[in-house]
Design a protein. Structure first.
Length: 367
């Protein structure tokens, strides 16, 4: 049982939530402004659809690394996530994805639920790698279908301007995969065509994509003009607060991701990001040439960052939970409702994370 200011899909109530066998069984309370009392906030657990690592472990290591990552992020309020790959040679990537398929079939005690895989590459533009290794390739349908057969691929990032990729977008969309545009030099027209073929998202908006110019709107312009959903990394390093505000006004269901790396939750030093070596310092992660290489952001910090920009807490919560669930078509996560999974976070009035529950299991226990 949890008591406090509970955020439901219909708004705030002040009352009590009960759960059993991992599911919410009852909600009892009255509508109330949460800022008229001193009780804690009870929010849906965070859903992070772009996670490369955490706690010193990297998704591309496979095996026990995923357990360490899931535990690290659960301690910061993430109740479910997508394990996100890096671009790599085909045989290596196939082996990693196969292992992630096994991980997604069970949950690590003490850790976030791994909902599946976000395949970020290898189907990206070699001219817009960002921190991805130089192993980009054109998508071939037989290869794509092989990935889909060995693991629950929920999201794929690709560059739509590459020859043959429009047809691949259509094929994946028909199979329920969310295709995101990113690591791309696409023109505005390329992006609009990709959306018409079934693409429905944008990977770490503004980063590693053709920028907006008033006579050449690029991929960013297409996102701001047409997107319903897009990822954004609100660590206040990847994207300026002014650009975040612009995206919030333009994209109805802009949602938060961390793009977190193995350096997340760790001291400054050297870490791995796929086959690359990266350095954590001054709050960021970079390659040797200074390129940003993922982040050290956690979802609880993301919440505080967005609130600091003036967003209402209920709006921030939707962007960290509900919209990501909606994007994947999941109805029993990302919201507090009877029958939904008891994926919950409790925050003190100063927005300190007080408790996390993953499918009813206490990870961070409320004192």
């Amino acid at each position: 049982m949890l008591n406090g200011n509970i955020l439901t899909p219909d708004g705030w109530i002040h009352g009590t939530l009960e759960y059993e066998n991992g599911r919410i069984t009852s909600l009892d309370g009255v509508r109330a402004d949460p800022f008229t009392n001193g009780d804690p906030y009870v929010l849906p657990g965070f859903i992070d659809l772009h996670v490369h690592g955490g706690g010193g472990a990297d998704v591309m290591e496979g095996g026990g690394a995923i357990e360490a990552i899931a535990r690290t992020h659960a301690r910061h309020g993430t109740t479910s996530l997508l394990a996100t790959t890096m671009t790599a040679p085909r045989d290596e990537l196939m082996a990693v994805v196969a292992g992630l398929g096994d991980v997604a079939r069970r949950r690590t005690p003490g850790g976030s639920r791994v909902l599946g895989v976000h395949l970020e590459g290898p189907y990206i533009n070699p001219g817009k790698l960002g921190a991805q290794p130089d192993a980009a390739v054109c998508a071939v349908l037989d290869e794509v279908l092989k990935y889909l057969s060995i693991a629950p691929i929920r999201v794929v990032t690709l560059a739509p301007e590459i020859a043959g990729h429009m047809e691949i977008i259509s094929e994946m969309a028909a199979r329920g995969v969310r295709v995101q545009l990113g690591h791309s030099l696409a023109t505005y027209d390329d992006a609009v065509a990709a959306l018409k073929h079934g693409a429905c998202g944008f990977t770490h908006l503004f980063n590693a994509m053709s920028p907006m110019h008033h006579r050449n709107p690029g991929l960013v312009g297409a996102a701001l003009a047409h997107a319903e959903f897009a990822e954004i990394i609100p660590d206040l390093l990847h994207v300026h607060p002014g650009a975040i505000r612009a995206a919030l006004r333009a994209i109805p269901r802009l949602y938060v991701v961390t793009d977190s790396t193995s350096a997340t939750g760790m001291p400054d030093g050297e870490y791995r990001l796929g086959s690359q070596h990266v350095t954590k310092c001054l709050g960021g992660v970079r390659l040797a040439d200074g390129t940003l290489a993922g982040s050290t952001l956690t979802m609880d910090d993301a919440l505080r960052n967005l609130v600091s920009l003036g967003l209402p807490l209920a709006d921030v919560s939707n962007r960290m939970s509900r919209y990501a669930a909606d994007y994947l078509g999941i109805e029993d996560r990302g919201r507090i409702a009877r029958g939904a999974w008891a994926d919950l976070v409790v925050f003190e009035r100063d927005l300190t994370l007080a408790a996390t529950y993953v499918e009813g299991e206490p990870i961070v226990e409320y004192a």
